[in-house]
Ligand binder design. Structure first.
Ligand code: NDP
Ligand code: 2IT
Length: 446
């Protein structure tokens, strides 16, 4: 890091002790900004980078709720409103036992630049709780969501802060939270949350958008390399929302998806993952991934634990969680001839993995570019809510696809302009940063 950026990073470390994932995300961004600060001293003069690394507001709250046995349970809720230079704070809510302030801050920080790349008028934020929905009844999940929203409602609004889903938060949870918001405020304010059900203000394609968008991004990378998805072998990690629809779109574009996973292990299915069965197991039964292999019969095997990246593939789509693909996994992918890695999840590749992939000539697309289709379609949901309209599946999907093509091209053009041809990391970080930085300069010292 250069002499302007290093002290800023040192300040981030000192101000945010123990928040490893937040340090990782800020370091990765700052490492891309060397050519930017040389060309634009005005950013340093206005302390833009220092201000961008400090959330505008951080909210932490108690979430008490009563379980099915009548016992009082206690969780912690978070909402980090990171940057509103481009629009209302926008970003998902994550319910997972690993959630603490450092995870929410890394996600909120990434969201600022991802949202800028979409070209939509949305700022960056993220929230969640250390609540673990696994094994909880619908009634318990509802009571938790209602308690969570009983505090969160006072901080959000269609012009203020618009949450959505992330790990552990899907249509069911958004429904319970929207219901409680509506009850407390006595307003049918559709635009306060995205990822809503279709019959009550949701957008077609939002459910599919992150996974589809990641595959569209991979398709653009392959085009730039003079090839296509057709006939390729793909490995996807995870088996949640993003993974499911990445599998669906990759298969639709002619690839065979030979493996996917959850935190218990992975399944290999050389005949190609049977999507209907996967949805039945994961979305309807909320079962573990070994149930898929049991029901699938001969073509599938379940491997307990282990690394899904051991399965040979041409294209790898990490769609589970942060730091799930490390240096050793990257080396395995390279050895097996993988040429493209596109992040459906947020920061799934460790910095060492990114280095191994890049040095081997693998095209690597960071999450803030490759998974931006989810939040971009959330912005389309907000547009539909604002105009009390609802668009067709095909029209909405065409808007998603155009957005992914535009982000892809903007990354490559920006990387070229700043002397790092072919680097999606440099392109995404620099293009996203400049857009937010220019808006912050215009808005004064706030
Ligand atoms: P889901 O909760 O639907 O699915 C998460 C999947 O990842 C599950 O298969 C889960 O397995 C696995 N997983 C989660 N945590 C871990 C862990 N610590 N170790 C191993 N596996 C894990 O979440 P989403 O699909 O929505 O999110 C996946 C990723 O995509 C996240 O990084 C999220 O931030 C990112 N993302 C999501 C967007 C969206 O629109 N939903 C948009 C952009 C990015 P298990 O069930 O065993 O925990
Ligand atoms: O990480 C992400 O971009 C999301 N979880 C989606 C955010 C959103 O507001 O749709």
């Amino acid at each position: 890091m250069n002499e302007t950026l290093q002290p800023i990073f040192d300040e981030v470390l000192a101000r945010n002790p123990g928040e490893d994932e937040f340090h990782q995300a800020t370091r990765e961004l700052l490492e891309s900004l060397d050519p930017v600060v040389r060309l634009h001293p005005e950013y340093a003069d206005a302390a833009i980078i220092r201000r961008i690394c400090e959330p505008e507001r951080q909210i932490i709250f108690r979430v008490p709720w009563v379980d099915d046995n009548g016992q009082v349970q206690l969780n912690r809720g978070f909402r980090v409103e990171f940057n509103s230079a481009l629009g209302p704070y926008k970003g998902g809510l994550r319910f997972h036992p690993s959630v603490y302030l450092g995870i929410i801050k890394f996600l909120g920080f990434e969201q600022i630049f991802k949202n800028a790349l979409t070209g939509m008028p949305i700022g960056g934020g993220k929230g969640g709780s250390d609540f673990d929905p696994k094994g909880r009844s619908d009634a318990e999940v509802m009571r938790f969501c209602q308690s969570f929203m009983t505090e969160l409602y006072r901080h959000i609004g269609e012009h203020t802060d618009v949450p959505a889903g992330d790990i552990g938060v899907g249509g069911r949870e958004i429904g319970y939270m929207f219901g409680q918001y509506k009850r407390i405020t006595n307003r049918y304010e559709s635009g306060v949350l995205t990822g809503k059900g279709i019959s009550w203000g949701g957008s077609l394609v939002r459910t599919e958008a992150t996974g589809y968008g990641t595959v569209y991004f991979a398709q653009e990378i392959l085009k730039a390399r003079g090839t296509s998805l057709d006939g390729t072998k793909v490995v996807v990690s995870g088996s949640g929302n993003v993974a499911t629809y990445a599998i669906e779109k990759a298969a639709a574009l002619g690839a065979t998806v030979v493996a996917c996973s959850d935190s218990s292990g992975y399944v290999v299915d050389e005949a190609g993952i049977d999507l209907e069965l996967l949805k039945e197991v994961k979305e309807v039964q909320r079962a573990r991934i070994d149930t898929y292999a049991e029901k699938r019969g001969d073509s599938a095997t379940f491997v307990a634990g282990g690394s899904v990246w051991d399965v040979p593939c041409d294209i790898a789509l990490p769609c589970a969680t942060q730091n799930e693909l490390d240096e050793a996994a990257a080396a395995t992918l390279v050895r097996n001839g993988c040429t493209v890695v596109a992040e459906g999840a947020n920061m799934p590749c460790t910095p060492e993995a990114v280095r191994v992939l890049t040095e081997a000539g693998v095209s690597f697309a960071p999450g803030k570019a490759a998974n931006a289709g989810g939040v971009a379609t959330s912005a389309l949901e907000m547009q539909q809510n604002a105009s009390r309209d609802s668009w067709s599946f095909d029209y909405t999907e065409s808007r998603l696809q155009e957005t992914m093509v535009r982000i892809h091209d903007r990354c490559l053009e920006t990387a070229d302009a700043y002397g790092q041809p072919g680097s999606y990391v440099a392109g995404a970080n620099i293009a996203g940063f400049i857009q937010v930085a220019d808006a912050m300069l215009a808005l004064g010292v706030i």
